[in-house]
Design a protein around this ligand. Structure first.
Ligand SMILES: C[S@@+](CC[C@H](N)C(=O)[O-])C[C@H]1O[C@@H](n2cnc3c(N)ncnc32)[C@H](O)[C@@H]1O
Length: 268
């Protein structure tokens, strides 16, 4: 079975104080860079007017990658539906603590959630009871096979508040201004068109609605996941910057992943 695991050799732990300092400095640097770069070739908010094709570079693909570079990061291959069993592995409870993740999101009854790259619904099925019958989860996928597995599991578990959506590689096809929280667990680094996806995700969000990027921590060598399937906090913040999103918080309580939360702001 294809998995995202790798063998870990060495381990380095960065002290929390250093990490917090580097994030604050990084955010400061990004905001100065974005507002002052004279070159017009940084991927700043000004780039919203650049032809999208110039945002990406193509190189020879590395192992697990597609060779397409966005903001200095090689995009990873998509995890195929044949590996769906890996998403439901029992050890995942211990490795990722999905209930703690969902608690951190502070969802409430009636919320509208979009789980982009929903897979088998491992996360969406756990969010389902929290938002209740008055809430809705849009479970977005580009693989119909994943949506079929999700539908089977919903029937087995009697879940009715998840709506499967077959999106495209550029558009999750969310109703405009409708979503309170977009969640992407182990997904964003696989987007072949991250700029277009985020642009359309923002269109689906309400003003004040939140986006949660849940990515394996690149900063932590103890996390035994392949390089291109991990992302640093600063890289996520950098890639969110061209969009009408404001960083809210980063939660580091999960064993392997960070939860990086942004809020949609109104654009003048
Ligand atoms: C590693 S799986 C994670 C599934 C699920 N989020 C979970 O944590 O169990 C990533 C999923 O993202 C989906 N995906 C990749 N690019 C996508 C896109 N542009 N729109 C929607 N889904 C996408 C893939 O098809 C795959 O099922």
């Amino acid at each position: 079975m294809i998995t995202k695991f790798k063998k870990v050799v060495g381990t380095v732990r960065v002290p929390k104080s250093i990490k917090i300092c580097s994030v604050v400095v990084g955010i400061l640097f990004l905001s100065i860079y974005v507002t002052t770069s004279p070159h017009g070739d940084s991927h700043s908010k000004k780039d919203m007017t650049r032809p999208v094709s110039t945002l990406y570079e193509q190189r020879a693909p590395s192992r697990d990658g597609i060779g397409k570079i966005y903001m200095g990061r090689e995009i990873s291959q998509v995890m195929g539906h044949l590996a769906a069993g890996w998403l439901e592995r029992p050890e995942r409870e211990r490795e990722e603590m999905p209930n703690l993740l969902i608690e951190s999101l502070k969802l409430k009854e009636g919320d509208v959630v979009a789980d982009i790259g929903v897979g088998t619904g491992y996360i969406a099925r756990r969010i389902s009871p929290v938002i209740g019958n008055t809430g809705t989860i849009y479970g977005v996928e580009i693989q119909q096979e994943m949506l079929d597995i999700l539908a089977e599991k919903m029937t087995e578990e009697g879940i009715t508040n998840i709506k499967g959506i077959l999106g495209t590689i550029t558009d999750p096809k969310l109703p405009p201004n409708s979503v309170d929280l977009v969640i992407m667990v182990d997904v964003y680094h696989e987007f072949s068109h991250p700029y277009e996806m985020m642009k359309n995700i923002c269109r689906g969000l309400k003003i004040g609605g939140r986006v949660a990027f849940v990515e394996y921590r690149l900063e932590d060598d103890n996390v035994p996941i392949k390089r291109l399937h991990k992302m640093s906090e600063l890289q996520v913040i950098k890639e969110a910057t061209p969009h009408p999103l404001s960083w809210v918080e980063t939660i580091d309580s999960l064993p392997w992943q960070h939860i990086i939360i942004f809020e949609k702001v109104a654009v003048e």
